[in-house]
Design a protein around this ligand. Sequence first.
Ligand code: DSN
Length: 414
Amino acid sequence: MSQHLKEVDFAVFSTIEKEKIRQREQIELIASENFVSPAILEAVGSVFTNKYAEGYPGRRYYGGCDNADVVEQLAIDRAKQLFGAEHVNIQPHSGSQANSAVYTATLNPGDKILTLSLENGGHLTHGHPKNTSGMLYKVIHYGVSAETGRIDYDQMEQLAKTEHPKLITVGASAYSRAIDFKLVSEIAHSHGALVLADIAHIAGLVATGLHQSPVPYCEFVTTTTHKTLRGARGGMIMCKAEFAKAIDSAVFPGTQGGPLMHIIAGKAVCFLEALKPEFKQYQSQIIKNAATLAEQMASHGYHIVAGGTDNHLMLVDLRTVHKDLTGKDAEIALESANITVNRNVIPNETRSPLLASGLRLGTPAVTTRGMREKEMVKIAEFIKTVLSDPENKSTISSVKHRVLDLCGRFPLPY
Ligand code: DSN
């Protein structure tokens, strides 16, 4: 009897096939998404999914871990080389779990953390009240400046001085400007705080020297491996050697059990790819594409939060062109034209997060397809056309045809 997915479970098989078609035929502008190489997909779909390997290379709680040791050590060594980190833990299942492990290693419940709030571009795990980081710890937020949209380092310093947080987190999910990690670490250290830099979004730029690296300055650096870094979906922690044992214990057994060895194999391949010169060219093109997309959106009248972008993403304030169009309705209209984005709250948001007034646009995925500045000009025009008449079926259908044509000219390898 056939063991193939198509015969064993047609419902799942056909849904995967549909998802393949969706990915092929949509312009993907979700800033946190990307397309992995076939090599990474192969590693992630490998027999390592069968293996339990609680513990760390050479110190496992299961037999049969020789190959698991090799692949995890490859991932660790390559990550160290890529980022210049003193210690790497490659086991966190996600960026959220990486952050949670750093908190577990450094804080006691009730300790104070100073972080960027979700509304200002931060992440849920940076102290949101509905996340354990907000439930377990006392959270103080710094924000972005109302005038410039940039991180308010003066406010951070003031709060570090008066509130004495034990840990300052810096890093963002929706922030388009370069982050001065060196300055943050100086602020933190002069007020007795540790620093966690969460580079989940910008890891690819950091790895290739196109964004200042926090690794020399901050005690802890967390990331995901699947955004600009374009690897298997998961998390990672880098830290100074003095915290290695605390971090390893906080990951396992502190917050996780068995590592996902197939994902770790995919992470190892990702780091090998990221060490190649062409990866730097790719990252550099991501930045050029984002700059062009932001300029074009601005030329269509949209306000870009913080006045533009230094990285792979931008936040578009819809209200400057379409006063009554919510982020949610814009997201839905664009999806019907095969353009995938996500609504996003903007600083000083007046609508609920479910509706939001902004869109977050990112260029990592379209750049992986090989699109360049010329295509960004077209994409901005598609977006403006759809959002100017979001309920006009004929406009949407005509843009969708142009999107399909564009996607057809920049095919995915799967
Ligand atoms: N959900 C991710 C993002 O889209 O930015 C962050 O975890």
